[in-house]
Ligand binder design. Structure first.
Ligand code: SF4
Length: 274
């Protein structure tokens, strides 16, 4: 019998690379352990992402800054904030980010894809992922695709972040095969600072990221198999303690995470963005 492909998304692979135990709580244990409360920074990010998605759903002549308050209000996720005042301040901040971001866009530009799912199969993986945006831009030998990922975190990003992102590389690899056009450039658009961190991949660098993803998938398959063969799940999926534990949804379930001071759900939106 052929081996079953490992079905994955970037967040599934990333969860295991960050912490095998968090992967187990998210994808293996059933019923899954309860998660902590929702995070305000996730609400903020989701609101901004959906507003930008809906921006491109408008006809080009209606893509004007005046449309943004209604778009953002319509998609606003309220969970996780400390109080109404903090939520209002986050809304105003998000609106300002969007206004300056769309000011630099040509409203007549039609991306090739907005929240488009791309997928690819290898001998190990069945990968799929939802891109924020796929642009088609002129290249020396014809149109080339660019993967655009919106970021709303507090800290800015640089070219190393774009280069090292496995998710962006896998999106590029999958988009190239989905659309049969070159896709080597990946961009992180950081809305709070209005900066773009970009990296131009090569065939080799994309192949290296794919190799890494396949190696992670093999590790996960081996860990899951060992549990089926009666290994202790705590040994098969060890904890990987670090600063991320304070932000982990499973901190209260995890014996290691329980020793880490909890972050308030609104902590990441509490300070003004630089
Ligand atoms: S609390 Fe830390 S060690 Fe525990 S699952 Fe979460 S990230 Fe892993």
């Amino acid at each position: 019998m052929p081996e079953r492909l490992f079905v994955c998304t970037p967040s599934k692979l990333g969860a295991y690379e960050d912490c095998p135990r968090r992967y187990r709580y998210s994808y293996v244990d059933r019923p899954a352990p309860p998660k902590g409360p929702p995070w305000a920074h996730n609400s903020l990010g989701a609101s901004v992402h959906t507003a930008l998605k809906n921006w491109y759903a408008l006809p080009a002549e209606r893509r004007r800054p005046e449309a943004l308050p209604a778009l953002l209000r319509g998609t606003w996720v309220r969970e996780g904030y400390r109080d109404d005042e903090q939520e209002r301040s986050a809304y105003q901040r998000a609106l300002a980010w969007l206004e300056s971001y769309v000011a630099a866009l040509d409203p007549t530009d039609e991306p090739l894809g907005v929240e488009r799912v791309v997928a690819v199969r290898t001998s190990v993986l069945a990968f799929n992922g939802r891109t924020d945006r796929i642009d088609s831009r002129p290249g020396p030998d014809g149109p080339e695709l660019v993967i655009v990922d919106y970021k709303t975190g507090r800290t800015g990003l640089d070219a190393d972040d774009a280069r090292g992102s496995q998710a962006l590389a896998l999106y590029a690899y999958a988009a190239e095969r989905t659309f049969r056009r070159p896709c080597r450039r990946v961009e992180l658009h950081h809305l709070p600072t209005g900066t773009v961190a970009a990296h131009e991949h090569t065939v080799d660098s994309l192949a290296r990221q794919l190799d890494r993803a396949e190696a992670t998938a093999r590790d996960i398959i081996a860990a899951e198999r060992s549990v089926t063969d009666d290994a202790d799940p705590d040994d098969a999926f060890p904890t990987n303690p670090g600063p991320r534990c304070g932000w982990c949804d499973y901190r209260r379930t995890c014996p290691t995470g329980a020793q880490t001071p909890a972050k308030e759900p609104w902590a990441a939106v509490d300070r003004p963005t630089p």
